[in-house]
Design a protein around this ligand. Structure first.
Ligand code: FMN
Length: 204
């Protein structure tokens, strides 16, 4: 058997760049809108993002350090997931700028906001789909040594789903037409969903 390139992350990877995020690809981008206790809007991308339950539908995102999105979600108990697409890629990237707390990244990125129905944070009006979520847990992550780390996971239940009818074809969400983007590899690497293939689960 060929010997693998093996490293233990806490001791260093020995490569020019950390391969961790280049291996775990593609990562869907949780483009998360929140408001703070004063109602000021915040929007930021999180690629440590996943669907984690079907019924009730739940999603989670995770932050390296307690960033504004986590603080706002914790303070208000609400967030909105916006689908990041190829058409919105530039704007999505603009919203990761480290603006001072309370400054609205939607405005900086030239994005119009649309009101949500069940939660206070607005949606990105131009996104093909968005989930209105209520926070169920905010968890400070613990390392293998049992020590609390400055990493924060927010779990939310999807209470409402918006779909732009332009992306509904024969009752199915047209993923390829929406062209979702995902985070890949190293600095600046992304993938775009432009093609699907079908494979069905085996029967007994
Ligand atoms: C595509 C993309 C994905 C990102 N994913 C994460 C992530 O998963 N966790 C994280 O802490 N920061 C992530 N960032 C960086 C945050 O978006 C950035 O720190 C932002 O300023 C946080 O904003 P906030 O303080 O308003 O929440 C990502 C940036 C980009 C462009």
């Amino acid at each position: 058997m060929t010997e693998t390139y093996f490293y233990e992350p806490l001791k260093g990877h020995g490569l020019p760049h950390d391969p961790f995020k280049a291996i775990l690809t593609p990562r869907p981008i949780g483009w998360i809108s929140t408001v703070d206790a004063e109602g000021r809007v915040n929007l930021a991308p999180y690629s440590f993002f996943a669907a984690i339950a079907t019924f009730p539908p739940m999603v989670c995102f995770s932050s390296d350090g307690k960033k504004d999105t986590v603080s706002n979600a914790e303070a208000t108990g609400e967030f909105v997931y916006n689908l990041a697409t190829r058409d919105l890629a530039w704007a999505m990237n603009e919203t990761c700028a480290p603006l001072p707390h309370g400054e609205n990244e939607m405005i900086r990125a030239g994005l119009a906001a649309a009101p949500s129905r069940l939660v206070k944070p607005p949606r990105v009006a131009a996104t093909p789909a968005a989930f209105e979520c209520k926070v169920t847990q905010v968890i400070q992550l613990t390392g293998a040594d049992g020590e609390k780390r400055d990493n924060w996971m927010v779990i939310g239940q999807v209470m409402g789903v918006h779909i732009d009818p332009a992306y509904l074809k024969d009752g199915r969400f047209d993923t390829v037409a929406a062209r979702p983007i995902a985070r890949c590899g190293y600095r600046g690497d992304y993938a775009e969903v432009s093609e699907l293939f079908e494979m069905f689960r085996p029967t007994a």
